[in-house]
Ligand binder design. Structure first.
Ligand code: HDD
Length: 738
């Protein structure tokens, strides 16, 4: 027993001396989880102290301070007696609280909300004749880390807002790290990086009330884009279904700018990068997106992590459009240096050059997804930049932002940012330096360190800037004249979509402008739309109750590019989710057969029942229930199989007086909501009962498009799978009366 201490207050009645509590009894430590591992090497140049690779975090079984001192108590601060003040001496308390106080780093000024994953890139070698990049050689395999993001929202904002998505890939190549920092939209808001702060200030919440969060549906955004009309191209893509992807897994990615490939002979080719998802390009519908924002703000993040954990690894093919590196850098009348323009795939097909598979979730969100630092200037030999004025400014901005976001110039030493190629730089010291550099001569040339490190030549893998002849020109603040066309490709995009997709665009503009308070802003955006497409402008104007203005510029009719549409193609169904509505009255043998048939297709079946647990024989033998009426919402499912006979026992739905809410034999109202939403969002619905009471209760006509029914499970699942491969039952969407 430790000795008892007491302090007698003068004049106070003598009392039993207060006892100092026993220190917390150390508990037997739990063994570390198998995936609990520390970061690897301490320094990019190896650990000079010879400490083991896991020396920095989570090694050993005991709780320690940051200095490795084992702790006996982390539950009580050190006090002058149990009721006394806390002592400044408590070094453990101060270390713990100080660290906690600084646990958050500034969030990214844009793309603050993101989700990451590890993977591997396997090169086909098809680009080896036009680039000497080692990771694009035949059969080269390169580890990658990808971060997907929204642009506008804060770190805690919802996933399914209408916004552009970031698609950044870090290739840890043998020749240094290469970053492809792209978006899911191939054009950008502005042509010159000097305008980036303007568009971001306009799109972020209003400075007075700090609303709205993660939305472009507000006055300052539409004020700016209607005044600065080069932004019309990007906003059109945002208003299309591309602005609300179904999943990160079903997004295309684009490098946006034109880059320059350089081959072993020094010959150059201009290229645009494309990521093509093997899963297809799919989107949500707007109502779904809005419901999900409330029901599951982490929808995209969860979807990515779940898919990877389930082994349904998302895959993208990397492809390039190639263009001759001509003096004018134009292709079919399109200025390749203008980042608000894209090149239709019908004019320059995307040629596949490799496959990326995301196969591991991050171990720690902060250490990896948050601290990862991308930079379009992280290049490798064989890939160089062009004079696109947006890209040129990015080359400055990303390095600069990481310095304040990650607390100094040594962010490259953070494990997720560490190159997997040997590093021997002459950068020294600075905040958060983790390497112990040896030598006395971090300068070049030197003799005192034997001239080390040496300079490499091209034959030793050095990066050589492409020598580019610059036309004698005047120093001025001006864009080329070819950047002046702000409308023709916007109309081209709209007219390339199918009618149902065009309706979505009309609805999106009408929604967004309908949220603006200022009529002058709406009118100005309508004036911009008049230059894009008369029908689009008239439909949006009608929805807003405003007159449709006449165009101020001649509307350019250009050949549509069908490849821009997401409708009409068939895609693999693996990884899609089918909800099975079932209860104790269901034919559970059929339900089990359906589960197995879906599983065989790689589809994830989730049984939705009035209550959790199992349907059928007790707790271990029945059909497992994954969602209940309380936890399920239609938005989680790509299709629904109705296996309930259409009634629900009144006591089977906890939290709801089902009898009161659904008088008679009607289906539980939450199941009705699920079915009506699935129907309205044009999802395939199947039933094992051609006279389904459940469908009737939901008011769904059995002969509507995309309703499958039959007695044979196999046939029903086959038909359902066929519908699923088209993503939605497109013909079910009602045309918007414009
Ligand atoms: Fe940017 C982040 C994509 C133009 C300045 N950008 C950022 C991210 C993506 C993009 C995906 C998130 C990276 C991550 O996950 O960590 N940005 C783009 C694309 C652009 C673009 C595709 C045009 C084609 N960006 C752009 C310009 C500027 C910036 C013109 C500045 C002039 N971007 C930044 C930034 C960010 C950033 C402020 C914020 C956090 C970060 O860099 O690391 O530097």
């Amino acid at each position: 027993m430790p000795e008892k201490h007491s302090i007698q207050i003068p004049g106070a009645p003598a009392s039993e001396p207060a006892s100092v509590e026993e220190p917390t009894t150390p508990r037997e430590p739990l063994p570390p989880k198998p995936d609990q591992r520390g970061p690897e090497a301490v320094s990019p140049t190896g650990s000079p102290t010879g400490a083991p690779a896991t020396a920095r975090a989570q090694s050993g079984q005991y709780l320690t301070t940051a200095q490795g001192l084992r702790l006996q108590d982390t539950d009580h601060s050190l006090k002058a007696g149990p009721r006394g003040p806390i002592l400044l001496q408590d070094h453990h308390l101060r270390e713990k609280i100080t660290h906690f106080d600084h646990e958050r780093i500034p969030e990214r000024v844009v793309h603050a909300r993101g989700a990451g994953a590890h993977g591997v890139f396997r090169s086909y070698g098809t680009a080896a004749n036009i680039t000497r990049a080692g990771f694009l050689a035949k059969d080269a395999e390169t580890p990658v880390f990808v971060r997907f993001s929204t642009v506008l929202g804060s770190r805690g904002s919802a996933d399914t807002v209408r916004d552009t998505r970031g698609f950044s890939t870090k290739f840890y190549t043998d020749e240094g790290t290469y970053d492809l920092v792209g978006n899911n939209i191939p054009v950008f808001f502005v042509q010159d990086g000097i305008k980036f702060p303007d568009i971001v200030h306009a799109a972020k919440p209003h400075p007075d009330r700090e609303i709205p969060q993660a939305q472009s549906a507000h006055d300052t955004f539409w004020d700016f884009v209607s005044l600065h009309t080069e932004a019309q191209a990007h906003t059109m893509w945002n208003m299309s279904d591309r602005g609300i992807p179904r999943s990160f897994r079903t997004m295309e990615g684009f490098g946006v700018h034109t880059f320059r490939f350089v081959n072993a002979e020094g010959a150059t080719t201009l290229v645009k990068f494309h990521w093509k998802p093997k899963q297809g390009v799919h989107s949500l519908v707007w109502e779904e997106a809005q419901i999900i924002n409330g029901m599951d703000p982490d929808f995209h993040r969860r979807d990515l992590a779940d898919a990877i954990e389930a082994g349904a690894y998302p895959e993208w093919e990397l492809g390039v459009q190639t263009f001759p590196d001509t003096e004018d850098q134009m292709f079919e009348g399109i200025d390749l240096l203008d980042p608000t323009k894209f090149v239709p795939e019908e004019l320059a097909p995307v040629q596949p050059i490799g496959l990326m598979t995301l196969n591991a979730n991050p171990t720690n969100y902060f250490a990896e997804t948050e601290q990862v630092a991308f930079h379009p200037g992280h290049l490798v030999p064989g890939i160089d930049v062009t004079n696109d004025p947006l890209l040129q400014v990015r080359l400055f901005s990303y390095l600069d932002t990481q310095i304040s976001r990650l607390g100094g110039p040594n962010f490259g030493q953070i494990p997720i940012n560490r190159p997997q190629a040997p590093v021997n730089d002459m950068l020294r010291d600075g905040m958060h330096q983790q390497a112990v550099h040896a030598g006395v001569a971090p300068y070049h040339p030197n003799s005192l360190d034997g001239g080390c490190p040496f300079l490499a030549g091209q034959d030793m893998g050095a990066f050589i800037d492409v020598p580019e002849e610059l036309a004698a020109s005047i120093k001025e603040r001006r864009n080329p004249v070819s950047f002046d066309d702000h409308y023709s490709q916007v109309g081209l995009f709209f007219r390339s979509l199918t009618p149902v997709e065009q309706d979505h665009v009309i609805q999106a503009y009408t929604f967004e402008l309908g949220k603006c308070y200022e009529t002058s802003v709406r009118e100005r955006q309508l004036a911009a739309l008049a230059n894009v497409d008369a029908r689009l402008c008239a439909a949006v104007a009608k929805g807003l109750g405003l007159p449709a203005p006449s165009p101020s510029e001649q509307v350019q009719e250009s050949k549509p590019s069908p490849s821009l549409s997401q409708v009409g193609k068939k895609w693999p169904v693996a990884g899609r989710i089918v909800g099975i509505l079932a209860d104790e009255g269901s034919d559970l043998v059929a339900v089990e057969a359906a589960r197995q048939a879906l599983d065989a297709e790689g589809i994830v079946p989730l049984v939705i029942a009035p209550a959790g647990g199992f349907l059928g024989s007790g707790n271990d033998g029945g059909v497992p229930v994954q969602r209940t009426y309380l936890t399920a919402r239609s938005t989680e499912f790509d299709a629904v199989l109705v296996a309930t006979p259409g009634t629900v026992a009144p006591d089977a739905a906890p939290g709801l007086d089902a009898k009161a809410a659904a008088p008679g034999d009607a289906l539980d109202p939450r199941a009705v909501l699920l079915l009506t939403e699935a129907f309205r969002h044009a999802k395939a619905i199947a039933t094992l009962d051609s006279n389904s009471a459940a469908l009737k209760a939901a008011g769904i006509p059995a002969d509507a498009p995309g309703i499958v029914s039959g007695k044979k499970v196999e046939g029903v699942i086959q038909e359902l799978t066929g519908l699923l491969s088209a993503h939605r039952v497109w013909e079910r969407f009602p045309a918007v009366s414009a």
